[in-house]
Design a protein around this ligand. Structure first.
Ligand code: FPP
Length: 247
């Protein structure tokens, strides 16, 4: 089955950047009469599988929504459990990620993240900073609107301090003020779990992304679904507001 899907993929037409909203951990757990944290734990296993698969395909950018600015509204125990899982993920995977030339980057305001996970993440960022095979952006305390406000502030400061002429700013140079800087925009945005919304994720960057939604919960998401999402993406007609050559 998986082999059949690999054969259907056009390996010279892969997306350069995939972004994923890893949703449905809680519902996956509830269906099994398990605590929500069990769903997040199962979700981490999927992070491992998908990071490996994306790397194996030679896709250069992967952005994962791990914790949003709105997730602070969850019960304290759940937030703590998510931070612990993040810590566990970095501790258990860092060696492998580094060996596989994965560069870990964080997008979001991590100054508010607890000291221990924050330090561990910064260590991973530092250790992997010269890797270039796969850029793994972990969105942590991330919100698309707050990213845009932050970018506007940085931009205003550069103008105020005389480093930038206000007339020189355009869409491309404004992009440099975002966490994702000069990275290509996601070609493909995946959201499992049945929700059909963006939830404040990469608002500027997804202007022309292709969306792939599915009813399965993130802990059930496997490489098979990733391949299917890529195959579907390859069949989309991306016109960027233009028309096809033969029309
Ligand atoms: C959404 O499911 C998922 C999250 C808020 C957290 C995602 C985090 C992980 C998978 C683990 C840590 C991440 C990394 C990168 C190691 P939900 O809880 O909103 O599910 P529900 O909508 O079914 O309740």
């Amino acid at each position: 089955m998986t082999e059949d899907l690999i054969k259907q993929m056009e390996l010279d037409k892969l997306p350069k950047h995939i972004a994923i909203i890893m949703d449905g951990n809680g519902r996956w757990a509830r269906k099994r009469f398990l605590p929500r944290t069990a769903g997040h734990k199962a979700g981490v296993d999927k992070v491992k599988e998908i990071v490996q698969t994306v790397g194996d395909l030679g896709i250069k950018y992967l952005t994962l929504y791990a914790f949003s600015t709105e997730n602070w509204n969850r019960p304290k125990e759940e937030i703590e459990s998510l931070m612990k899982l993040l810590l566990y993920y970095i501790r258990s995977e860092l060696k492998t990620l580094h060996k596989n030339e994965v560069r870990i980057q964080v997008i979001g305001d991590i100054s508010q993240i607890q000291t221990l996970p924050r330090k561990e993440i910064l260590r991973a960022v530092e250790m992997t900073k010269n890797n270039n095979k796969l850029i793994l952006n972990i969105a942590l305390n991330y919100g698309g609107r707050s990213e845009l406000v932050r970018a506007a502030k940085l931009f205003a400061k550069d103008v105020k301090d005389g480093r930038l002429d206000i007339n020189s700013i355009d869409e491309e140079s404004f992009k440099q003020y975002l966490y994702t800087g000069s990275q290509p925009d996601p070609d493909l945005l995946i959201r499992p779990s049945g929700e059909l919304r963006i939830s404040n994720f990469l608002l500027y960057q997804i202007a022309y992304s292709e969306f792939w939604f599915s009813n399965i919960y993130w802990p059930d998401f496997s490489k098979k679904h990733l391949y299917q999402a890529i195959i579907d993406f390859q069949q989309r007609d991306r016109r960027y507001g233009g028309i096809k050559d033969d029309e």
